[in-house]
Write a protein that binds this ligand. Structure first.
Ligand code: ZN
Length: 411
């Protein structure tokens, strides 16, 4: 879809779900009523700014007041096929008919094709991900799912081998466990196993581990992002240029303090709206930070992309108005292998935020002065904010130290 067509399409579906949810979901009606709006006030994605953001904590609170779903369900409970339970505890109205498009788009982009045999190693109990989303969406694509669930690594290897399975769904770290186990069993990962395509999710992906496993198995591994409540919110294509937003969701990037939408390129919270009639969440705040881009992707898909997930809103620190995140520390270390460890310290001097990166160096390395300049340049690249580098002796930064030490006081 071209951008204008997409805008028109999303606005039309938004009007549809708002009309529907106002009528059928008590919580959505209350949300509009709380700001004195009728459904016709929400005509476009931009109009969503007029509505408050619903957070996970609000879902839990409202479920307590109005069990089991806090009035968020959009169909009578006896029409549901399943009810899921997520940590919280949070009860989720499951599907009556599962018609989500997002994860199916994700699996196709990952490289799954009809007839592929896929082990699904996500947990099938309680939570909706493995059964509702992954299993159903693999079926939509035309794959054959082998519901192996979590654990039993040796058995997973045997299943892969005996059924000549060529697909994997699970966490990257579990795929690593499988690789270790298979090697321990004397197998050659490329010759004895047939893995060709892998989908990973639910944890931060270590790029070095991903490349290593792609190389060892001779497979392609792509990741997706979503939540239990909203489902798929982004997926990588072959080009790995971020995560494409699926066509059946509205994703806004907002300033967590004001709830106002931010333009592409700015860091903010991912707030999402689904068109799911059974569970029509409108402006759900994920608590995750990201950046949206609308630049063209060489894969040909025209959807906007989440550049990457940068961390949680509640772990972020603002320095001179810009977000600094624990993940930035990891990124700096990965850019400068001569640095063994680092920590960001934020202080305030005469009403100005000061950011210092304390760094421990490896034994052998280039001239500290030169390295200091290089790291300071990386800080500007990674965090868009200036910071000073201070080298400290090995062992100065304690093992359990916070990645960002915010020492500012606000008197
Ligand atoms: Zn793409």
């Amino acid at each position: 879809m071209a951008r204008e067509k997409r805008t028109e399409y999303l606005d039309r579906r938004l009007r549809g779900i708002i009309q529907y949810a106002y009528k059928h979901s008590r919580a959505t009606k209350d949300k509009l009523d709380s700001v004195g709006l009728k459904p016709r006030a929400i005509q476009t994605v931009k109009d969503l700014e007029r509505l408050p953001i619903t957070k996970k904590a609000d879902l839990i609170e409202l479920q307590g007041k109005n069990p089991p779903f806090g009035g968020f369900e959009g169909v009578p409970i006896d029409e549901l096929r399943r009810i899921y339970v997520s940590p919280g505890p949070l009860y989720e109205p499951g599907e009556s008919e599962y018609d989500e498009l997002g994860w199916a788009q994700c699996f196709y982009a990952t490289g799954f094709r009809p007839g592929d045999r896929v082990i699904n190693t996500f947990s099938y109990h309680m939570v909706p991900f493995a059964m509702q989303m992954v299993d159903n969406s693999l079926h939509t694509v035309g794959c054959i799912t082998i519901p192996t669930g979590v654990g039993n690594t040796e058995q997973q290897v045997n299943v892969l081998r005996n059924l000549k399975a060529n697909g994997f769904c699970g966490t990257l770290s579990f795929l690593f466990n499988i690789s270790e186990k298979a090697e321990e069993m004397g197998l050659d990962l490329k010759k004895d196993l047939n893995l060709r395509v892998g989908f990973v999710a639910t944890e931060m992906v270590s790029e070095s581990l991903r490349s290593k496993l792609e190389e060892k198995f001779g497979m392609i591994i792509r990741q997706g992002y979503g939540t239990a409540d909203i489902r798929c919110l982004g997926y990588e294509c072959m080009k790995k240029t971020g995560m494409h937003v699926p066509d059946d969701k509205i994703v806004e990037i907002v300033d967590p303090e004001t709830g106002k939408q931010l333009p592409p390129g700015k860091v903010g919270e991912i707030v999402a709206t689904t068109f799911d009639k059974a569970y029509p969440l409108v402006r759900f705040g994920t608590g995750d930070l990201s950046i949206l881009t609308e630049t063209a992707c060489p894969c040909g898909r025209t959807s906007p992309r989440l550049v990457k997930i940068l961390g949680r809103v509640d772990q972020a620190t603002k320095v001179r108005g810009l977000f600094v995140l624990p993940g930035h520390v990891d990124e700096l270390v990965s850019k400068h292998p001569h640095m063994a460890k680092c920590q960001i310290v934020v202080t305030r001097r005469e009403h100005n935020d000061m950011m210092t990166v304390r760094a421990e160096l490896q034994e052998e390395g280039p001239q500290p002065e030169k390295l200091k300049e290089e790291i300071e340049r990386s800080i500007r690249d990674v965090m868009k904010v200036r910071g000073n580098v201070q080298f400290v002796p090995r062992g100065t930064i304690p093992e359990a130290a916070k990645k960002i030490d915010d020492q500012r006081t606000w008197e």
